[in-house]
Design a protein around this ligand. Sequence first.
Ligand SMILES: Cc1ncc(COP(=O)(O)O)c(C=O)c1O
Length: 402
Amino acid sequence: MTFAGRMSKVTVSPTLKVAADAERLRRAGVDVVDLGAGEPDFATPAHVKQAAHRALDGNFTKYTPTPGVMELREAVAQRYQADYGVSFTPEEVIITAGAKQALYNSAMALFDAGDEVITHGPFWPSIGDQVKLAGAAPVIVQTHMEDGFTIKAAPIVEAITPRTKAIIVNSPCNPTGAVISETEMAAIADAATARGIWVIVDFTYEKLIYEPVAHNLIKVLFDRMRDKTVICSAASKAYAMTGWRCGWAIGPKDVIAQMNVVQGHSTSNINSITQKAAIAALTGPQDGVTAMLNEYRHRRDAVHGWLTGDSRIVCVKPSGAFYLFPYIADLLSPAGILSSGEFAEALLKEVAVAVTPGEGFDAPGYFRLSYATSMERLKEGCERIKAFVRTLESTGKLTAAR
Ligand SMILES: Cc1ncc(COP(=O)(O)O)c(C=O)c1O
C-alpha cells in the first residue's frame, strides 16, 4: 500500500507508545509504576463536572459553531484579561480539541512547503511533527542541561533565515520544565517583528510555574507584535481536564478565521458538553489550580531529592510543567544498555517502572519522568529506579560511578 509522502516524515508519538506498553503489562497483572503519563492525576474539579451534568441534562448535545460557543470564547478572553491584563475579542479566539489542535490549526493555517519553523529542543514531539505534516521543516535550536535548559533568544535569532516563517516557543517546556524569561521572549519578539516572522507560544503549562517569576508572555508579545502572535493553550493541565479535549488559540482575527476553516473541514466544534464545563473552569474559582500547583511543587522537590540522592543520576530541578528530565548518558555502557531507549525498556521490563526515553524528545541520553502521580507511587518508582541502576551497575550493564 502506498501512503502519502508526508507520512514517511512523522512517527507515532513516543509518549503514547510508553503508555501502551505500560498498559499491556498492567493488563497482565503487573504492578506498574507509571511515570510516563503527561496528565494530571487529580480529578476534574466538582463544579466543572456539575456544569457538564447540567449541559447533558439540558440536552446541550448538538453541534455548536465551529470555533466554539460565544460564551466560552468570551470566558477565555476574560480569564486572560484577569490573569495577564491583556484584552482581545472573542473573534480573536478559537476553541479547539486541546492545545494540540490549536497548534495543528496554526501549522495548517500558516506553514507551507519550503518554510522553516524554528523551535527549541529538547521538544515535545508533536511540535516538530505538526510542522512536517504542514510540509514545512522544523529547525531545532538545542537548549542545554548545563544551564538548566534555559531558552535563550540569541541562538534562536541566529537560526533565522529568509525561509523562516515562525518561531514556536514552548514555555513552560515539556520535557525540560524550562520557563523562558520575559527578557528573552522580548528579544525573540523584536527580532521576529523586524523580519515579519510569526511567534507561536505553546502555553499549555502556563499555570504550572513553581517560582515567582514574571511570565506574562502574551503581554510581551501583544506589546510588540500583536498582529503576528498566536498563543495556544488549554484547560487540559490547569484544570485536570485532559480527556475533555478543550484548548484554544488566540491570535489576529484573520488567522483565527483561517483556523476556523481548517477546523470546519476536519473536526468541527469540540464536544458541546465540554464547552459548558470549560466555561465553569475558566470563570469559576481558581483556588483549585493553586492547590494542584502546590502539590506538584512538593512532589517535584521530593522526587528531585530522591533521584539525585544517587550521584549518578544528574537532574535539573525544573521551573515549570510536571516532568523531571534526568541525564543518564554517563551511565550507559557498551557492555549492556546502550541508549536511553534501551534503559527505559529495561526499566519497564525489570522493575515495572514506565518512563519516556529521551529519544522521543530529540534528546538521547535522557529520560522523562512525570510527577503527576501520587507521592507514594513516586517514592516507590524512585526506589525501583535506584535499585535498577545499582543492580545493572553491579552486573556491568551500566557504567560504574566515576
Ligand atoms: C507541550 C505540550 N503542548 C501541547 C500539549 C497538548 O495538550 P492537549 O492535551 O491540551 O492537547 C501537550 C500535552 O502533553 C504538551 O505537553
